[in-house]
Design a protein around this ligand. Structure first.
Ligand code: PLP
Length: 377
């Protein structure tokens, strides 16, 4: 069997049409979009067409889309700038955030910004009552809570959290990396101030993403040295990357219904088959509350089968991601699962299986067959 890629939450394959578009831009539009001559102007058209397209797909305005090198950069910018320029005195977040959010917050904590981490239950859900209790005092606050957890797929309701933030005048930032391009967004109606996206998560190129910065939010510059991106992020724009990202997002939304239905079927199929072969398998995160493209499962394997599990899957050409402790040479448990699971559960191998529209039932069956071989070996 060919190699099997079930690690689409890490990154995705670039669609051929995206590669074509990027190649075309590199060949035809090498101008600097800041130049005023025709070469520059035509590059500028590529840039602004991409911005328009992305804004339209998310029902935002073009001035609210700021291109970045990806989501890590965008998350760092928003969090740090909210403290520096928007006079935020407190950040409320959770310990299950991606490190691109968690680490900048921990840095600010060292600088005496008050930080509160909300409790997370054994299903990976965040305590929103606690959020409201904290928000009541209306201290200048940034709430940073991710939409879809990249390890477990647990979904946080953007509207519920956004409404609470609005009620108590807090700013709301959400890392939406795992959901942009995988479900529809209407940003005119979603109570968020900042969200971020990364093209390589929706079958676009790596090294490019964007931040949605709500109109009139007064966020300051991330980089100085040029007027690009309205002076917020100086530096010549990577227009081939940006054009590729726009193309990838267009295709993601053109195909959304068919592809997400297919992925839902695949996930249900994988879960059913896993249960048949491993009756004691457990889902990390309540299955009904997890996003359709992610399945994080705890396998009922003995301790000695745990250490080399990912390595052995890789030897069979199967790519999934680490879920918990002591796998693939790392002794550190996932910081997300560590918040949710007991010590005993963390000793068991958990794997994250993340699907794309290109995966097949046969690939899932083969992965399960190999898992069984590893268990019984
Ligand atoms: N946030 C989440 C939830 C992610 O899954 C990732 C990617 O792993 C990132 C942020 C970082 O994105 P990028 O690779 O664009 O820096």
């Amino acid at each position: 069997m060919n190699k099997i890629y079930l690690d689409n939450a890490s990154t995705t394959a670039i669609r051929p049409e995206v590669i074509q578009e990027m190649t075309r831009v590199m060949q035809e539009d090498f101008g600097n979009p800041s130049s005023t001559h025709s070469f520059g102007r035509s590059a500028k058209v590529v840039l602004e067409t991409a911005r328009k397209s992305i804004a339209k797909l998310l029902n935002a305005t073009t001035s609210e889309i700021i291109f970045t090198s990806g989501a890590t950069e965008a998350n760092n910018w928003i969090i740090s700038n909210a403290v520096n320029k928007l006079h935020i005195k407190r950040i409320i977040s959770s310990k299950v955030e991606h490190h691109a959010v968690l680490y900048p917050i921990l840095e600010w904590q060292k600088e005496d910004v008050e930080v509160s981490f909300l409790s997370v239950d054994s299903n990976g859900c965040i305590d929103l009552n606690e959020l409201e209790t904290l928000l009541v005092d209306e201290k200048p606050t940034l709430v940073s809570l991710m939409h879809v957890n990249n390890e477990t797929g647990v979904v946080m309701n953007l509207n519920t959290v956004g409404a609470l933030c609005k009620k108590y005048n807090a700013l709301f930032h959400s890392d939406t990396v795992q959901s942009i391009g995988k479900q529809t967004f209407n940003l005119q109606e979603t109570p968020v101030d900042f969200i971020v996206a990364s093209a390589h998560k929706f079958n676009g190129p790596k090294g490019v993403g964007f931040a949605y910065v709500k109109k009139n939010s007064r966020l300051g510059a991330m980089l100085l040295g040029g007027e690009q991106e309205k002076g917020l992020r100086a530096g010549t724009e990577a227009i081939h990357q940006i054009a590729g990202m726009a193309k990838a997002l267009e295709l993601a939304y053109v195909n959304l219904e068919a592809e997400s239905n297919r992925i839902k079927e695949l996930k249900a199929f994988a879960w059913n088959e896993l249960q048949k072969v491993f009756p004691l398998v457990k889902s990390n995160g309540n299955l009904e509350e997890t996003f359709h493209s992610l399945l994080n499962v705890q396998l009922p394997f003995s301790a000695e089968k745990t250490a080399m599990l990912l390595f052995e899957l890789d030897m069979h050409g199967i790519a999934v991601s680490r879920g918990s402790a002591c796998q693939s040479g790392t002794t550190k448990p996932s910081h997300v699962l560590a918040e949710m699971l007991s010590m005993g559960e963390l000793q068991k191998p958990s794997i994250r299986i993340s699907f794309s529209y290109a995966n097949t039932n046969d690939e899932v069956l083969h992965m399960i067959k190999v898992l069984k071989e590893i268990e019984t070996k």
